[in-house]
Design a binder for this molecule. Structure first.
Ligand code: CU
Length: 146
């Protein structure tokens, strides 16, 4: 019997070792799989739905000394707006809305530029030409998002 004790200890250690190995290789992976399947992967949660068929509104504006035509632009909330500003005047002009961070930059006479933006928030926004003195000379307009 005394000779059997070291042998039994060896068997117990081996069994324990096998038990740990079995737990790590078989049970843990399944546990992890169960946990991850219940929660969405990062980036998948709270993604706003893309509206199918969202409209693109194309707007053409001309600028000269010292006015915009059309002066007032109305677009639908949620629309993607493609706005083309053409300078038909004899000096540099811009089409700018500070509140929406929109600006064509300086457009040379005879040139044009298209900017694209999403009409996200309903409201009335002031358009102006940012060239010094032009706003004061009446180069202003209104963008309405409704
Ligand atoms: Cu101007």
């Amino acid at each position: 019997m005394k000779k059997l004790i070291p042998f039994l200890i060896l068997v117990l250690v081996a069994a324990a070792g096998f038990g740990i190995w079995w737990y790590v290789t078989d049970v843990l992976p399944e546990k992890n799989a169960d946990e991850s399947s219940g929660t969405p992967a990062p980036g998948e949660e709270d993604v706003p739905e893309t509206v199918v068929g969202e409209s693109v509104t194309e707007v053409a504006v001309e600028g000269s000394e010292y006015s915009f035509s059309p002066k007032t632009i109305t677009v639908k909330k949620g629309a993607t707006v493609k706005l083309t500003f053409k300078n038909i005047g004899n000096t540099i002009h811009t089409w700018t809305i500070d509140e929406l961070d929109l600006d064509t930059g300086s457009i040379l006479p005879g040139s044009s530029k298209t900017i694209e933006f999403d009409a996200v928030e309903a409201g009335t926004y002031e358009i102006y030409c940012s060239v010094s003195g032009h706003k004061e000379s009446g180069m202003v307009g209104t963008l309405k998002i409704e």
